[in-house]
Write a protein that binds this ligand. Structure first.
Ligand SMILES: Nc1nc2c(c(=O)[nH]1)N[C@H]1C(S)=C(S)[C@@H](COP(=O)(O)OP(=O)(O)OC[C@H]3O[C@@H](n4cnc5c(N)ncnc54)[C@H](O)[C@@H]3O)O[C@H]1N2
Ligand code: MOO
Length: 395
């Protein structure tokens, strides 16, 4: 059995980053990976503007600031004002350009306005409430680096510099096969001995969250020839082939058998719980990943190993950030596998779901984090444990 750290290291080393790119409009760029650096051709803001609704003032340079200023104009956002002479003021609204000559904005709560003048109650500081041109983005500067995953803020920033479309890596094409004679699809009757295919929907969602284009092979029966043929077929048209089930040691575990027969298998069995029977290899030009059939094992191996691998294929090296919290549980039996407990963070403690079986998917729905119990170790309540927050997966 490989340690989790070594398995991850080998997976990342085997991940060949894509290079093909395409240009997509901002509305289609969410979750994609930027392929070329984005440089701004403008200053943002493009002009000095008011941070407040109030009064733009031309405070004279060499005299005490006046208290009463004559009002010369009204400038709303989107309009352009005319110059202010020393001692003059303009009504100004948030976001409107500072007129030439103005050197401060007094917020309206600090002023009493009449029909033709404004009385400023608080002595203004020079530059107050003025947002300077270029203070957010300076022209000719790189605002987004290559390899960045485009999320809400990145898309907003691209729009702020006036860019309507971005050059991004093409999405990864991933084939998904769920193996097992016991599987039936939701919506069909559950006959004796059968279970519903939950992995398909869970993994598809996890893959789509990463922006992958999924080719879904549905349920694959436990037959060696069929499994071998479909794996080879899926490898033709996809960057990565992912299967669930059939990677353990039983005689119906045909995924492992197919891979071993064709020398497609590079890595198998990881010292983690859940998720021991994890397989990795290559089928032709495609990567192959065999996830364990147990749904929680599939989820855990996806999050901890497959997700970083797929991101690395996109040139993104990102693992889930972790934090440390006191354990709200004790563990008195040391095992050789690193355990990932489904926990909730309650009053600053990591509290585990009562049933940690790898078949119990309710534990994942209930949990908001994985707590790590290191291999060969025991824990007493209050000991610090490493926590991976699952809510961060979507971002
Ligand atoms: N003698 C041994 N038996 C097992 C070992 C072992 O080391 N020695 N490992 C156990 C562990 S740990 C796991 S995890 C499982 C994984 O086995 P497979 O990946 O071969 O998966 P299957 O046997 O096909 O299925 C396991 C379990 O999961 C259910 N399943 C499968 N596919 C789905 C699906 N798409 N949706 C929902 N549930 C699914 C399946 O019915 C089984 O209950 O092996 C242990 N055995
Ligand atoms: O690795 Mo299995 O996932 O422990 O149940």
């Amino acid at each position: 059995m490989l340690t989790v750290d070594l398995a991850l290291e080998q997976l990342l080393a085997a991940a060949r980053p894509l290079t093909d790119c395409e240009t997509v409009p901002l509305t289609a760029a969410r979750g994609r990976v930027l392929a070329t650096p984005l440089t701004s051709s403008i200053d943002v803001p493009a002009f000095d503007n008011s941070a407040m609704d109030g009064y733009a003032l031309h405070v004279p340079d060499f005299a005490a600031p006046p208290v009463e200023y004559p009002l010369t104009q009204r400038i709303a956002a989107g309009e352009v004002g005319i110059p202010l002479a020393p001692g003059q003021a303009a009504r100004i609204l948030t976001g409107a350009p500072i007129p030439p000559g103005a050197n401060a904005v007094a917020m309206q709560e600090d002023c009493i306005a009449g029909a033709e003048t404004v009385h400023v109650n608080v002595p203004p500081r020079r530059g107050q409430n003025i947002r300077l041109a270029g203070e957010d983005v300076a022209r000719d500067h790189v605002v987004l680096a290559t390899g960045l995953r485009l999320r809400a803020a990145e898309l907003g920033l691209a729009a702020a510099i006036g860019v309507p479309a971005l050059s991004v890596l093409r999405p990864l094409r991933v084939a998904l096969l769920c193996t097992g004679n016991e599987l039936v699809e939701p919506g069909t009757p559950l006959t004796p001995g059968k279970i519903y295919n939950s992995n398909r929907y869970m993994l598809r969602a996890l893959l789509e969250d990463l922006g992958c284009i999924v080719t879904d092979y549905g349920i694959v029966a436990d037959e060696l020839d069929l499994t071998t043929r479909l794996l080879a077929e899926a490898a033709q048209d996809n960057d990565v082939v992912i299967s669930t089930g059939g990677v353990s040691v039983g005689e119906e575990d045909h995924v492992r058998a197919a891979l071993q027969t064709h020398e497609w298998l590079a890595l198998w069995k990881i010292a983690m719980k859940p998720g021991k029977p994890f397989a990795f290899g290559r089928i032709g030009e495609a990567d192959f990943i065999g996830l364990p059939g147990n749904p929680v094992s599939s989820f855990a191996t996806f999050v901890l190993l497959v997700r970083p691998f797929l991101l690395a294929r996109l040139g993104v090296y990102e693992t889930l950030p972790h934090l440390w919290l006191p354990a709200g549980f004790s563990r008195n039996r040391a095992i050789p596998r690193r355990e990932f407990l489904r926990v909730r963070i309650e009053h600053g403690l990591a509290v585990p779901y009562p049933n940690q079986s790898s078949g119990v998917l309710t534990s994942v729905v209930w949990a908001d984090a994985f707590a790590v119990v290191p291999e060969h170790s025991v824990l007493v309540e209050g000991d610090p444990v490493r926590i991976f927050q699952l809510s961060l997966l979507d971002h």
